[in-house]
Write a protein that binds this ligand. Structure first.
Ligand SMILES: [Zn+2]
Length: 519
């Protein structure tokens, strides 16, 4: 037996970065599982496993510090296995506590497939430094964490979103969000399936019948035709659910039998489990408004190769606005974002004010949440119009499927962003302030790397509004990025030397400064 003989000793470090994920309880087990299997595969003997969770109150570095102390005393253990960069470190300072040169510690970033050690090349170190500097704070990163959390939730059989009609969201005894049958609406939903399965009632008739029986939306309104149609196709009622186009087995109680559900699908004449069709992804549709008439800017594919953007012209006010190639928009946005970068000299000052500001009033999440809520509402009404268009034969089935898939995807994105907002609202003010600054400083560089599907959500983190006129974008920054720019400009104008905090203060809080100080 040679167990452990030629095996190297390693510590595992797992960390969860938000209260939300800790509560859901998915991230840590998933990380541990991955790290253990990596250790097994690469013949590491796991000496200890350290786990940290950051909550709103504590920064959660206990495990990390214990691990460093242990490794300091045990030379035979010099390897740390960690999922990825932002698990290891919340900021530069933490990273510097591990002096790779001096300590001889070797860190394996398992997901990124990277190893940092004394033998790493200087360029590896450089890349690592950059990645660490921008790690956990970016809202994009937080959003992908939230997405991962929701996927893990789906895999565990838990419906990851707002409860569909007939169910209610609630917390189970261990605080995990689940869905349960809604005592009021559940019998009506079951009845809806039964009536439709008989095959001689149209969707419109079902909608009126259910209204008379008392079925209402969460706000107490009549349930629309399109919602009825979607409900009939929704596998959630037979105990499954779709998430990102994948069907999962739910742990929730089914309220329709499988055989009844499939009878309904036959009656509907289409299989609801089929995957959404492939479609070309436009980066900026539904993002900009025409600078002349205010209509939406839409996109189309030409020669099956180029994406062009132009005003829908629904109001018919103007002609002759040029169509703009998507690459041109890419260039304009990245040029705009690169210019956001703030001079190094003013950063400490801005950080201080940002921190104070996020502490004072949690403005950003509140406004962003309201914006997302209204986007969600708009999307839902758009999908109802779409359905009515289909019912009345104004659009083809292919076009309906395409648009419907687009809407669904957008809705999922909105839900993800709402989840990530909740997560970021729980971060402490300094962490959030750093995140905002990091995002501001690296926006140009990150945007260039973003895949098409990520561009719009990325820009929505920064911009409140954007119009297109004569082929040029006119973006408006949202709070607090607008304030950062104004302050930076004022500071540059003052000769970039002033360290007078009150000058910055008056820019950030003119109304308070004119009066006597609050607090
Ligand atoms: Zn227009």
């Amino acid at each position: 037996m040679n167990t452990g003989r030629n095996m190297r000793h390693a510590c595992i470090y797992a960390r969860v970065s938000t209260v939300e994920q800790e509560k859901e309880g998915f991230s840590i087990p998933a990380q541990l599982k991955m790290l253990r299997s990596y250790a097994k595969k690469h013949r590491f003997n796991i000496v200890h496993e350290y786990v940290d969770s950051e909550t709103a109150r504590s920064t959660g570095r206990t495990g990390f510090n214990t691990m460093l102390a242990y490794m300091g005393k045990h030379d035979e253990c010099s390897v740390i296995l960690v999922e990825k960069t932002d698990r290891l470190t919340r900021n530069m300072a933490d990273y510097l506590e591990i002096d790779i040169e001096k300590s001889g510690i070797e860190i394996h970033f398992v997901r990124e497939g990277k190893v940092m050690s004394r033998n790493s090349s200087p360029s590896d170190h450089f890349i690592q430094d950059i990645e660490i500097a921008q790690a956990a704070y970016l809202s994009r990163n937080i959003s992908s964490e939230a997405r991962k959390g929701m996927k893990a939730k789906a895999e565990a059989g838990l419906y990851p979103s707002f409860a569909p009609l007939g169910y209610l969201n609630t917390d189970n005894e261990s605080g995990v969000k689940i869905i349960i049958p809604d005592p009021v609406n559940t019998p009506l939903v079951t009845q809806m399936f039964q009536i439709y399965a008989e095959g001689n009632t149209s969707i419109k008739e079902i909608a009126s019948k259910l209204y008379s029986l008392g079925l209402r939306t969460k706000k107490g309104n009549r349930v629309s035709n399109s919602t009825i149609h979607k409900m009939l196709k929704n596998p959630v009622y037979r105990g499954k659910f779709l998430w990102n186009g994948i069907e999962y087995n739910g742990k929730h109680e089914s309220i329709v039998t499988s055989s009844l559900w499939f009878t309904v699908q036959d009656t509907l004449g289409e299989r609801s489990v089929e995957k959404p069709k492939q479609y070309h992804e436009f980066a900026y549709t539904g993002f900009m408004k025409c600078g002349i008439c205010g209509c939406a800017i839409t996109a189309e594919r030409k020669k099956n190769k180029y994406s062009y953007y132009h005003c829908t012209g629904h109001k018919g006010w103007h002609h002759g606005e040029p169509s703009v190639r998507e690459v041109k928009l890419d260039m304009q946005f990245s040029a705009f974002l690169r210019k956001l970068k703030i001079e190094a000299g003013i950063i400490p000052l801005l950080l201080e004010w940002l921190e104070k500001d996020t502490r004072d009033e949690r403005k950003t999440p509140k406004e962003a949440r309201a914006r997302l809520a209204s986007q969600r509402k708009r999307l839902q009404s758009r999908s109802e119009v779409l359905y009515d268009d289909r019912l009345d034969g104004r659009i083809t089935l292919t076009r309906f499927d395409l648009k419907d898939a687009e809407n669904r995807r957008e809705l999922e994105l909105i839900d993800e962003k709402l989840a990530s907002l909740e997560a970021s609202a729980l971060l402490d003010p300094l962490t959030r302030a750093r995140g905002i600054l990091e995002l501001n400083q690296s926006a140009g560089r990150l945007f260039v790397k973003a895949p098409n599907a990520e561009k719009k959500p990325f820009l929505e983190n920064l911009l409140s509004n954007c119009t297109l006129e004569s082929g040029s974008i006119k973006p408006e920054l949202q709070y607090p990025f607008d304030m950062l720019q104004d302050t930076n400009k004022a500071w540059m104008a003052s000769g970039a030397v002033s360290s007078d905090i009150s000058a910055v203060h008056s820019l950030w809080h003119p109304e308070r400064n004119s009066n006597s100080q609050k607090n």
